[in-house]
Ligand binder design. Structure first.
Ligand SMILES: [Zn+2]
Ligand SMILES: [Zn+2]
Length: 340
């Protein structure tokens, strides 16, 4: 006999009490997530050493935006599973356990079509044509490795495109699950997203953050949120607290200094002496346009600086895979779809 562990269904009252005690702000992906990222990437690309790559990712983000805004419904998890995740303190759309629908590969095909028509250099187009012919099994293997945070066996050249498709799929899942709840008689149901047991990963999909952001919008002024590397959700996390070991002692900040000797305040690395990890923090009060994933991509030199101090990168950026697997300090050069 199998000793299955039955899912105990709590009453809505029990769940509300349980969830209420741990409630914390979770912001599901904004409709402008990818469009704003594209704008920010174009802005950062100007005069940047990684200009070609930032522009390539900007095109990709624009193509993601076109897919993200489509209304057609995805298959969503049954409510009982969402509730049991919530009660168990787990993300309801956990990349490690949620059976992703092969429909994500349609997102990939659409992105490849859009990028094939975009103004990008020929070497990148050749890569796109090659990926369009890839076998489903191979793509699923690559997706699994990406969702595991950059496991061995990843093809670095294909990874940004595959990651972009997975981002669109997961962002849409999160938004649609939230919409299903919003459209329900909410008193009878449990909000799908709230604080989970591990505050260092996304409460929607369980992925690591790409960076953190301190916000200035009205009631959130000065609050720090961690930004999901996959679905784009943001969740509250207190300031000056390590996002790896959750320690609050020995936290220091490192920033870049430009050619004129001015400290760049918009992006800093929050470094933990206790466990030796760091995560970038972008500050809206210093620059309104900051976007965690875009600003992370454009500050690879900060990773080099902090890497030289012996610190290990805690953030995960699925659009920049090279060097993640064996040198998480971010010392490797970015992929170069733009050629010379
Ligand atoms: Zn997420
Ligand atoms: Zn730490």
């Amino acid at each position: 006999m199998t000793s299955s562990s039955p899912i105990r269904v709590m009453t809505p009252e029990e769940i509300a009490v349980n969830a209420g005690a741990r409630a914390a702000p979770v912001k599901v992906p904004d409709p402008g997530l990818f469009a704003e990222r594209a704008v920010r990437l174009r802005q950062l690309a100007e005069g940047h050493a990684m200009r070609d790559y930032l522009l390539f990712v900007a095109e990709l983000a624009q193509a993601q935006h076109e897919r993200f805004k489509r209304p057609d419904a995805l298959a969503l998890p049954a409510e009982v599973l969402v509730n049991s995740a919530m009660v168990g303190g787990l993300p309801p759309l956990d990349v490690a356990t949620y059976p992703r629908d092969p429909v994500w590969r349609e997102e990939l095909r659409a992105l490849l079509r859009a990028m094939g028509a975009a103004a990008i250099p020929e070497p990148a187009k050749a890569q796109i044509r090659q990926l369009a012919d890839a076998e489903g099994d191979w793509l699923e293997h690559q997706a699994a490795a990406l969702l595991a945070g950059g496991a061995p066996g990843l093809d670095p050249a294909s990874a940004p495109l595959i990651a972009a498709a997975l981002q669109v799929y997961w962002s849409r899942l999160v938004v649609q699950l939230q919409q299903r709840y919003d459209a329900s008689d909410q008193g009878e149901h449990v909000a799908p997203f709230g604080m989970i047991d591990d505050p260092t990963v996304c409460p929607c999909c369980g992925s690591r953050p790409v960076a953190s952001i301190t916000r200035i919008a009205a009631e959130q002024s000065g609050q720090r949120f961690l930004a999901c590397s996959l679905c784009g959700a943001q969740w509250h996390y207190v300031r000056i607290k390590c996002t790896h070991c959750q320690g609050t002692k020995g936290i220091t900040f490192q920033s870049l200094v430009d050619d004129d000797g001015n400290k760049s305040d918009a992006v800093a690395a929050e470094c933990c002496e206790t466990c030796g990890h760091y995560l970038k923090q972008v500050h809206m009060e210093k620059d309104l346009q900051v976007e965690p994933l875009a600003d992370d991509l454009a500050t690879l030199t900060l990773d080099l600086l902090v890497g030289e101090l012996g610190l290990v990168r805690q953030g995960f950026n699925p659009l920049l895979i090279l060097g993640e697997a064996d040198a998480s300090s971010g010392g490797a050069p970015p992929p170069d779809p733009g050629g010379r």
